[in-house]
Design a protein around this ligand. Structure first.
Ligand code: 8YV
Length: 330
């Protein structure tokens, strides 16, 4: 990394909020992607050949093949986002490239969207909205559009990190009983405040929940954590919500079960092959589908950008950036 007055070359792969791009232009020799078309693999190769710092997003695959073509000047990948499963960390480490992310600032927004999906599926919000828009609503009826009550139901949270806990607080307000599975049990005070029940066995928890929400990162250990076998343990009346990563659920198995009536519904903001969505899911009324917008608020995007800037600036100034992603965290 240059220590002289020469500004570092920072390549940003997607369009960021104006205020963030302006600040980055002031601080660094920043190369923006103003038309916001995702970069092709060839464009990414060009980027890593010249960049001192790369600012990718979830839509870029920063794999071993790409990093193998990076110039020796590439020292920092300051990712715009919390999830880092699009980056090959082993290769980055071997090449001495530091990786940072933007944790914390999208917690509340993602938890809000998880609640929105949970409510939308249980109370058939998507179906009702489509009915009215299609001009097919013929009037109120006592047995029309009956959904499932949320109050008093059991919510099983898979992954009790920041977002899982933010969801739990919200769900408490909606009168739900909080259950969770996590690699580690959360502190006793947190558990007590939420009146949360910890399940060491994910299998046992899944079998007893009314609603299951996926809130863990996608890592090699969580790939298809909700496998076909585990999904079969769930009740046929259960609902699944996923605002984390599509890869945590075996999407084909879940789709088959939804079609067969072995699961009651799903609220999905993320998919295994984004932006492709399984057409068999699209056909189902009991499923609410969103285009990976869980953290999409203007405030959140600006705060993410500010974190990216702080991470770059700290690193360029020769210090340890605050949001360094360590292999041990994955
Ligand atoms: C972001 C996300 O919008 O931060 C994450 O992990 O999944 C999203 O909410 C996206 O990653 C930006 O790169």
């Amino acid at each position: 990394m240059p220590t002289s007055a020469k500004k570092p070359i920072v390549v940003v792969t997607r369009k960021l909020p104006d205020a963030i791009e302006t600040r980055m232009m002031e601080l660094f020799d920043t190369r923006l992607n103003l038309d916001d078309k995702p970069m092709t693999p060839a464009q990414l190769v060009e980027a890593v050949k010249i960049a001192d710092v790369l600012v990718p997003t979830v839509t870029d695959r920063i794999d071993a093949r790409l990093l193998g073509q990076a110039g020796p000047q590439l020292r920092l990948i300051a990712s715009f986002g919390t999830g880092v499963d699009h980056i090959d960390h082993d290769t980055a480490r071997q090449r001495g490239i530091t990786v940072t992310n933007t944790p914390g600032v999208l917690t509340e927004d993602t938890a809000d969207m998880t609640m929105a999906l949970l409510l939308a599926v249980a109370r058939r919000v998507g179906e009702g909205e489509r009915l009215v828009r299609a001009g097919k609503w013929t009037g109120w009826a006592p047995t029309a559009m009956l959904g499932a009550r949320i109050w008093g139901k059991r919510l099983g949270i898979v992954g009790m990190g920041r977002i899982g806990q933010a969801l739990a607080w919200r769900a408490r307000g909606f009168g739900m009983a909080i259950h969770y599975h996590n690699r580690r049990r959360v502190p006793a005070e947190t558990e007590a405040g939420l009146e949360a029940t910890y399940w060491e066995s994910l299998d046992q928890m899944l079998a007893r929940m009314d609603i299951v929400s996926v809130n863990c990162p996608h890592t090699p250990a969580t790939y298809h954590l909700l496998s076909a076998r585990r999904l079969k343990l769930m009740r046929p009346t259960a609902i699944i919500v996923n605002t984390a990563r599509g890869e945590v659920i075996d999407e084909n198995a879940m789709t088959r079960m939804l079609r067969a009536g072995e699961l009651a519904g799903a609220g999905l903001d993320v998919f295994e092959q984004e932006p492709a969505v399984n057409p068999k899911l699209v056909e189902l009324d009991k499923v609410v589908l969103l285009p990976h917008m869980g953290s999409a608020t203007l405030e959140g995007r600006i705060e993410m950008g500010q974190k990216v800037i702080i991470n770059i600036k700290t690193f360029v100034d020769g210090h340890r950036p605050p949001d360094r992603v360590l292999a041990a965290m994955l």
